[in-house]
Design a protein around this ligand. Sequence first.
Ligand SMILES: NC(=O)c1ccc[n+]([C@@H]2O[C@H](COP(=O)([O-])OP(=O)(O)OC[C@H]3O[C@@H](n4cnc5c(N)ncnc54)[C@H](O)[C@@H]3O)[C@@H](O)[C@H]2O)c1
Length: 254
Amino acid sequence: MDLGLKGKVAIVTGTGRKGALGETIGVGLAREGVNVACVDIVKEGAEEIAKGIAENTGVKTIAIKVDQSDPQQVKDAVVKINAELGPVDILVNNAALMGPFGRIEKMELKDWQAMIKVNLDGCYYWIREVWNTMAEKNYGRIINISSVAGVMGGFGQVNYSASKAGVIAIAKTAALEGARKGITANAVTLGVVATGQSAETNEASERLKMRIAMRKFGDPEDVANMVAFLASEKAGYVTGQDIHVMGGIDLFTY
Ligand SMILES: NC(=O)c1ccc[n+]([C@@H]2O[C@H](COP(=O)([O-])OP(=O)(O)OC[C@H]3O[C@@H](n4cnc5c(N)ncnc54)[C@H](O)[C@@H]3O)[C@@H](O)[C@H]2O)c1
């Protein structure tokens, strides 16, 4: 299926670690002909991934170091991307902190605040900065990556689960406000995806797998495929949804 994405411009946040979701999402969009801005707080990682995507797919890419907890850095990055790649059509809010965690009564306040600043505030800052450009073009696709912890809670993860519930709410609100401006916004909510550093690597991993109806962890490609579809014209009537890509970790299984 041709998704009709050739020549569009995407920002994919959190493209700083090889083998992680940001890279696979970026590659998936680039395979459809999308020019990709790789943004991450890890400069060398973003540069390496942007270079690899351009060499392997022939699209244009740029890499920018951004700490997305700082609204000015996000603003400056979007100005640069609009100037160098063209007006942004697609925003994938994928960057996140995934720790430190802690039980409610023990969590350090600084760990609560840091997580909310990056995962929730950062997601809002990106949307805020791309909004007018998308509205002017009457085309925009916003995809917020969330987690099962955001819909089911996460033991010892109050900061993370609150931030991930928040990005679903932001997507729904953006969907409402963008509905007559050609802008769709959705959340893609994940269970455990094998990225080399997620819960698939910890000591409870086999126990965890038994909690998933399909008895397997997700592959980054599973996520990238959904993101590419939601980014396309084909998904133009899908908005405000929280789409679960999690193999049934949210189903009753035994
Ligand atoms: N891997 C999983 O099993 C899983 C499960 C559920 C949800 N998710 C979500 O998927 C997304 C990607 O996860 P991943 O497994 O690839 O993790 P990852 O840690 O490899 O990727 C997150 C990226 O965000 C970047 N980042 C962190 N702080 C930043 C900041 N202040 N400014 C800019 N960039 C910053 C990191 O440098 C990193 O490259 C996250 O939103 C995560 O919550 C992942």
